[in-house]
Design a protein around this ligand. Structure first.
Ligand code: ME8
Length: 514
């Protein structure tokens, strides 16, 4: 049975923290993928949610004088509101404290146990509560080589623990990476994963006994399941596994797990090993994105420079924020967030290139053609060129989207906008109007409107609200959300006679308050 649904996930976010730019980034990227796939007529399942168990949450709650579930219930609202504020179209929102999740986690635990890959022993070593990670020998060496102020806070742990035979999966994993190089992307991240695995895998502790905020180990409730084992399994829970076989088979395996580079090891080493042991298919791709610094500095609560995504969306609008994050840096690489960088994107890309093309074109149609898209006369070479460039932009856009290269996809649109703007300058419709050259005027304005139509379809996944509004101003009656991407190839789909509306500027220039 092959899955028929395109399945995209974000990590599930720890509820000990309120949303920041990192959460916004992964969630927006996943939303763009989901919208793009739907736009191609594919069935999509898009999952996000919250990771609510573990020692870190238990301690944060304790410090705040509340129970862990009270903390989770309070903070989860901020994450749900984030989806609204950023126009996110997730199909499900999973919380690891839900009953359906406990069922799935315990089932996976049992399957792995039945494979003979779980044994009881004792863990003695170091633990990083902030990362919820056991520290390996080499990691400990790295930590100790850091200056004291830069060292993560780690604690000595000695407790009875169930272990997963991760060592057994060293060779199978290496073989899998070899045969499926697309499993980890970008490619340079695969190299890191391979060398980590080649350096030797030790069995992994997968239960804790010194606190209780978690899912009990089946048959031994003295132990709670290690929070990463618990968290990773969310991707299966949401597919209905194990009870709803039909939905599970339709959705699983995931097509793409989007994660930050810091949590790649969990997704590209532990997760596939758990799945192999449980006898389940592996996700097709784990894509690791880079990290944002803020005005050149690491984002941290103590520095006080944490970027609040609600505030950015409020100031610039969700569309601008979405566009900025995915245009500013190639997906996979690190980037720097700054107020001035957003402003230069708004004023340059959005107000100048896109905004200007739209407002002058629709303005001329209002002025010269009573607000109705004119009929084209016979196309000249230059009109054919702008059509052919549009078709080639659509192809470049799709190729980039299919390789999760958001930045390249957007560049293909803006390269085309430059061509379209130049066409307007060269053809100078205002001169044609003055000369009363109705045929050429009609052909030129008709051609530019078609260009804008193509761009609008392509931009929909990135800037859904603005694109929808622009679509309406082009005189369309059906919503853009129900238009198939393939329509962008049918040059001429904005019909003659459509009533356009110039309206207020969609992307006004941003003027810094003095
Ligand atoms: O890791 N720039 O949860 P989390 C870009 N619960 N991305 C950033 C970032 C930054 N400055 N800071 C954080 C967890 N991130 C686990 C996941 S999944 C089974 C369990 C990213 O709330 C980071 O890379 O710490 C990660 O992907 C997410 O935001 C934060 O997740």
């Amino acid at each position: 049975m092959m899955s028929n649904t395109f399945y995209v996930t974000t990590p599930i976010y720890y509820v000990n923290d309120v949303p920041h730019i990192g959460h916004a980034y992964t969630t927006i990227a996943a939303d763009v993928i989901a919208r793009y796939r739907r736009q191609r007529g594919e069935r999509v399942f898009f999952l996000t949610g919250t990771d609510e168990h573990g020692q870190k949450i238990e301690r944060t709650a304790e410090a705040a004088g509340e129970t862990p579930i009270e903390l989770a219930n309070r903070v989860v609202k901020r994450f749900e509101q984030l989806s609204q504020a950023l126009n996110i179209t997730n199909d499900d929102f999973i919380r690891t404290t839900e009953k359906r999740h406990e069922t799935t986690v315990q089932e996976i635990f049992k399957r792995i146990e039945e494979s003979g890959d779980i044994y009881l022993s004792e863990y003695e070593g170091w633990y990083d509560v902030r990362e919820e990670a056991f520290i390996t020998g080499t990691q400990l060496e790295e930590i100790l080589s850091l200056p004291e102020s830069k060292r993560p806070k780690i604690e000595k742990v000695k407790e009875e623990s169930y272990f997963f035979r991760l060592s057994k999966y060293q060779e199978p994993l290496l073989r899998y990476y070899e045969e499926h190089p697309e499993f980890v992307r970008p490619g340079y991240r695969l190299n890191e994963v391979v060398s980590f695995v080649e350096s030797g895998l030790k069995d992994l502790s997968i239960s804790r006994t010194t606190f209780s905020w978690g899912i009990p180990v089946p048959g031994n409730s003295k132990h709670v399941i290690y929070v990463w084992f618990d968290a990773l399994t969310n991707y299966l829970t949401a597919t209905g596994f194990p009870d709803d076989t039909e939905t599970y088979q339709d959705i699983w395996p995931a097509d793409i797990h989007l994660v930050g580079k810091d949590i790649l090891r969990f997704h590209a080493v532990y997760w596939p090993a758990f799945l192999m042991s449980a006898g389940l298919p592996l996700p097709k791709t784990v894509f690791a994105h880079g990290w944002w610094t803020v005005e050149g500095e690491k984002m941290s609560k103590s520095t006080g420079n944490v970027v609040d995504p609600f505030q950015v969306a409020d100031e610039f609008g969700a569309d601008v924020f979405r566009y900025f994050l995915l245009r500013e840096i190639p997906f996979g690489q690190d980037g720097d967030y700054s107020h001035s960088a957003i402003i230069s994107r708004v004023n340059g890309d959005l107000a100048n290139s896109l905004g200007n093309l739209v407002s002058r074109t629709l303005g001329m149609i209002e002025r010269y053609c009573e607000g109705k898209v004119p009929a084209p006369d016979s196309l000249e070479k230059t009109d054919e060129n702008i059509r052919d460039s549009a078709l080639s932009a659509v192809s470049k856009f799709e190729n980039a989207m299919n390789e999760t290269a958001f930045h390249k996809a957007l560049v293909s649109v803006w390269d085309y906008l430059a061509i379209a703007n130049k066409y307007v300058d060269d053809q100078a419709p205002w001169v044609l109007a003055k000369e009363k050259n109705e045929e050429r005027l009609g052909t030129v304005l008709w051609s530019i409107v078609q260009s804008i139509g193509v761009v609008t379809i392509l931009l929909y996944p990135y800037m859904p609200e603005s694109a929808e509004e622009l679509w309406r101003r082009l005189g369309a009656s059906e919503p853009l959300s129900s238009v198939n991407l393939s329509q962008a190839r049918d040059w001429g789909f904005i019909e003659t006679g459509s009533k356009v509306e110039k309206g207020e500027s969609l992307f006004p220039k941003y003027e810094e308050a003095k």
